[in-house]
Write a protein that binds this ligand. Structure first.
Ligand code: ZN
Length: 240
């Protein structure tokens, strides 16, 4: 269900006090080959699973949109120039993870207008039986994240690939123990120090999102420090 993403949301300090998180089982890291990481917008893949990608040492990326709608009304960027900026930020982030040679499949959907039918077919062509498909959770609360998750779930069902979902905006609108989140499917990916460092560097490769584009309110940062804090934990969370 789509949730309003506004205000400060649940803080990382609040998440940190939730002891149940420490009991979640660890995800067994046994993919049969490079996983396919599916990102509705450039930076979702990094916020959600950059540490996992760094640990595995290989991954291919399916970039569903170029994220050109992150700053409607920007006085600095047109949607086209913002798309170009965000594409190059993704490339730099992958380099910082040691994945500069990763295949990047640009699927060409408009930001805010994903064609779920077409996306399902595109993802099915990239998936094979048993291949890991890491994708934003179907209940994440953002329409693009949910549409992408649903399309990936259908593509996995059609091909026999393994669906693994990562929450992004759920860390904002949900709260410890929230009944709207499938915590019973949560698994942890522990990040060694080198992977944490690489993830922090990769997040910093997105200044168009982590810093204001300019002084106008339409150019405010999408990922201010209190949001980034939720993604610099020593572990990542995957719903299996
Ligand atoms: Zn996104």
């Amino acid at each position: 269900m789509v949730k309003p993403i506004e205000g400060n949301g649940t803080t990382e300090e609040q998440w940190r006090t939730w002891t149940a998180m420490r009991q979640w089982p660890e995800l067994t890291l046994d993919p049969p080959g490079p996983p396919l990481v599916v990102a509705p917008h450039p930076d979702d893949e990094i916020l959600g699973v950059a540490g996992l990608m760094a640990v595995l040492g290989h991954a291919d990326l399916a970039a569903v949109t170029d994220g050109e709608a992150s700053h409607p009304g920007s006085t600095v960027h047109t949607p086209a120039s913002l798309a170009a900026v965000r594409r190059s930020e993704t490339a730099e982030a992958l380099r910082r993870l040691g994945l500069g040679s990763a295949a990047v499949h640009r699927l060409g959907h408009p930001d805010g207008g994903i064609d779920e039918e077409r996306l399902t077919g595109q993802l099915a062509e990239l998936l094979t039986p048993g291949r890991w498909c890491l994708v934003t959770w179907r209940g994440d609360g953002h329409p693009d994240h949910e549409a992408t998750g649903r399309a990936a779930a259908r593509a996995c069902a059609a091909t026999g690939a393994r669906l693994l979902e990562y929450p992004i905006w759920a860390w904002h609108w949900s709260y410890p123990g929230s009944p709207d989140v499938p915590w019973d499917r949560a698994h942890r990916v522990e990040l060694p120090p080198a992977a944490r460092t690489a993830k922090a560097a990769a997040i910093a490769a997105f200044p168009s999102q982590t810093a204001p584009l300019g002084p106008d309110s339409a150019d405010a940062a999408i990922l201010p420090p209190h949001v980034v804090a939720r993604f610099t934990r020593p572990f990542e969370v995957i719903f299996t």
